[in-house]
Design a protein around this ligand. Structure first.
Ligand code: CA
Ligand code: CA
Length: 311
């Protein structure tokens, strides 16, 4: 750059009378490069940002250097990937033992007495909370699961392909996660216990429980009550862009009243997560029902969601 072909310079000067000035600025840039206190003429990888690649930057204009400059000169927020390797992991109060009131003060609709658990909509048919001393479950044919497990949740899981079926037995619950889970952050394992509490109420076909990840600001109100069993779809309760279907659990027709433990893997690279990640897990009926109608009242306890990647 500093040794130029004189003939070439002359030719360029003929074409561009300002070449001398341009050359001087250019030479200054080169001679200042890397020197301390040079100030003028320092070249950045990203002139618009006045920053170099990989340098700390402010991604949202709040003055906090929360990101890094990428190769496209964009300031990308650096997300801390939350890690939980021991149960209950990302699920808070997975055993339902931290309570703000007596689960037996109200027979049902009282899931929100369990800290970090909420119903899925504002009122109507909600998930319930029971414990070892519960004697009234809301239906004479219900039984408490065995063995005793302290406090636990209960709700109807109804599956039907009908688009006109009412929301009477549509129930669900929502856990506020201990950390946000983003796309492409590895694999996770969800574990939970379930028991059939309505085994003495009559036979049922198998039902399916759906598990969804949802982004929903903690302070925001819950959605309005659904108008039908399948309306709106679980995928649309909190908005499709805020929801990812994580998987489903088949509860067979012969499921007993004793606790059954089940688990499944969630590959965050194979699913489309909301841009904001997910900060809730939603447990309810699956939006992919079996062809055969089914309805069971199920107990749930000991939820756990952990990273599969070993430390
Ligand atoms: Ca429990
Ligand atoms: Ca209760």
């Amino acid at each position: 750059m500093k040794i130029l072909n004189i003939n070439l310079v002359k030719e360029i000067k003929r074409l561009n009378p300002y070449f001398g000035i341009l050359l001087a600025v250019s030479m200054l840039n080169v001679s200042c490069d890397g020197e301390e206190g040079c100030g003028y003429g320092v070249i950045f990888d990203c002139e618009v940002l006045q920053l170099n690649f990989e340098e700390a930057c402010d991604s949202n204009g709040d003055g906090e250097l929360d990101g890094k400059v990428n190769e496209f000169c964009e300031c990308i927020p650096e997300r801390e990937v939350a890690t939980f390797y021991e149960c209950p992991g990302f699920i808070q109060n997975g055993s339902f033992e931290t309570l703000t009131g007596d689960p037996n003060a109200s027979v049902d609709q009282d899931i929100d007495l369990a800290t970090h658990w909420k119903p899925l909509w504002q009122n109507g048919s909600l998930a319930d909370l029971f414990n070892d001393t519960t004697t009234s479950y809301g239906a004479g044919c219900f039984n408490g699961p065995t063995p005793l497990s302290g406090a636990y949740a209960g709700m109807w899981i109804e599956n039907s392909t009908s688009l006109t079926r009412p929301a009477t037995y549509r129930e669900g619950m929502f856990n506020e996660l201990a950390g946000t889970i983003f796309q492409n952050t590895g694999s996770y394992t969800l574990t939970l216990d379930y028991a059939n509490m309505s085994i003495n109420c009559g036979a049922s076909n198998a039902v399916k429980v759906g598990v969804y990840g949802v982004y929903h600001p903690i302070a925001d109100p819950l959605p309005a009550n659904p108008t039908g069993l399948n309306t709106p779809s679980n995928l649309d309760l909190f908005g499709a862009v805020n929801t990812v279907f994580l998987g489903e659990i088949t509860i067979t027709a012969t499921t007993p009243g004793t606790w059954t433990t089940t688990s499944f893997s969630i590959d965050s690279g194979a699913l489309t997560f909301p841009t904001n990640g997910i900060n809730h897990i939603m447990i309810t009926n699956s939006h992919q029902p079996f062809d055969d109608y089914g309805k069971m009242f199920l107990g749930f306890d000991n939820f756990c969601l952990i990273n599969e990647t070993v430390k």
